[in-house]
Design a binder for this molecule. Structure first.
Ligand SMILES: Cc1ncc(COP(=O)(O)O)c(C=O)c1O
Length: 319
């Protein structure tokens, strides 16, 4: 087995917190506490991606996402930490007074190219063209995949399982539950569990891709990772359960009833969820695991995203 190297920007291990909500007790893994500016799941993947960007003497990293992308924000900030410039391609428009992640992208020096939804469908071509322009100026560009999810990036969540094994007895945890965007978090967890021969279920709430696209994407990522790093494992895909139908309002939106749950939870626990990922995932978690129960053995993984709440503060205040 080949284990890739990484840098150490993520503030890990992250704590596990016992929470009581509506009379039900369960555990939350606080991956929102991987950093302050670097908060959330993305920095675990970026530790691997940035190590490789540095090793290739990259002048620039390129990546892409929505205008409130946590991945783009964390990529820009991590790039600033390691002394690489960044250019991000965002689906959205510039604002006079940018909020949340977009505000931080600007503060930390990310160069931004805004794209319409239609243009974003051709993101690979747009990035390839831009790379050619940079190459003509003798600039080395290393591009990160959307969400940091590649066979390299998912090591962040393979490593997460090693970390969890040192923190808990897996006999007491039946499953791990999180939001899924590009699928790397769930893919890494599945590989990590297979490496440790754990029988744990991985629950993922698809907020961006369709259920079947996400399933295929996760399977592909895992197969590429197994082959590239010569892992001697067989991943049992029946351990992955995708909970569909919790983002019908669209990736960039959130329904008032979900915000109600986010606010209710914040008041009872002191923990805040974001509108795009963790808020939707927690709504699904509540519906599926917390109704009329005293305790629940599926651990909720808080993957961060807090800055996205500031960009939706009107919805949070007025729902
Ligand atoms: C806050 C947050 N939670 C969860 C996810 C989902 O992670 P992944 O893209 O690895 O599925 C993302 C990114 O997409 C995120 O920003």
């Amino acid at each position: 087995m080949i284990v890739p190297k990484k840098i150490d920007l993520a503030n890990i291990p992250t704590p596990i917190q016992k929470i009581k909500f509506n009379g039900c007790t369960f555990l939350i893994k606080r991956d929102d506490l991987t950093g302050v500016e670097l908060s959330g799941n993305k920095i675990r993947k970026l530790d691997y991606l940035h190590y490789h960007a540095k090793k290739r003497n990259a002048d620039y990293i390129f990546t892409s996402g929505g205008d409130q992308s946590n991945h783009c924000r964390a990529s820009v900030i991590a790039a600033a930490s390691v002394g690489i410039k960044s250019k991000i391609f965002l689906w959205g428009k510039d604002k006079v007074l940018p909020e949340g992640n977009l505000f931080l992208d600007k503060i930390f020096g990310g160069e931004i190219q805004y794209l319409s939804k239609e243009e974003f469908f051709n993101i690979d071509e747009i990035i390839a063209e831009e790379k050619k322009k940079f190459a003509k100026k003798n600039l080395i560009v290393y591009d990160f995949p959307p969400g940091g999810s590649s066979e390299l990036g998912i090591w962040g969540y393979i490593n997460f399982i090693d970390e969890l094994k040192n923190q808990i007895d897996f006999k007491n945890v039946k499953g791990l539950f999180s939001a899924a965007g590009s699928g790397g978090t769930a893919a890494g967890m599945l590989v990590g569990c297979a490496l440790h021969k754990l029988n744990t279920k991985i629950f993922a709430v698809n907020v961006l891709l369709t259920k079947s696209d996400l399933q295929n994407y996760i399977e592909e990522l895992i197969e590429k990772c197994i082959s590239k790093y010569k892992l001697k494992i067989k991943v049992d895909f029946s351990k992955l359960e995708i909970l569909d139908g919790y983002s019908e309002e669209g990736y960039k939106n959130i329904k008032p009833e979900k915000i109600e749950v986010i606010k209710d939870f914040a008041k009872q626990s002191g923990v805040l969820f974001d509108p795009t990922y963790t808020g939707k995932a927690f709504y699904a978690y509540k519906e599926n695991f917390l109704q009329n129960k005293k305790s629940n053995k599926v651990m909720f993984v808080h993957t961060g995203g807090l800055f996205g709440a500031f960009a939706k503060r009107k919805d949070y205040l007025h729902s």
